[in-house]
Design a protein around this ligand. Sequence first.
Ligand SMILES: [Zn+2]
Length: 103
Amino acid sequence: MKIPKTTNRFCPHCNKKTEHKIKNISSGAKRGALKRGSIIRAKSRGRGVGMGNKGKWGSKPAVSKFKRKSKTTKKTNIMYTCQVCKKSKYQKTGERAGKVLQE
Ligand SMILES: [Zn+2]
């Protein structure tokens, strides 16, 4: 999947169409990782530490290499940054793509 580096989009802060920079953020830190109810937050707060069966918060059993993956593509996460007010927007509905190339 090829995506351009910049595009013209509507910016709700500027209330007009402006130039936006496109950035693929499929890798790296996940949004909402430390929200209430997330396993990452619970683990960082010390859940699943100690003796006995931790149930949901304990370690997961090892998954064999062949069972691990069922999908060959990932959904794209694209961030649009307005070049006028420098505010960023996030595209929630990503398309499935094997590789994202910026041209
Ligand atoms: Zn703007």
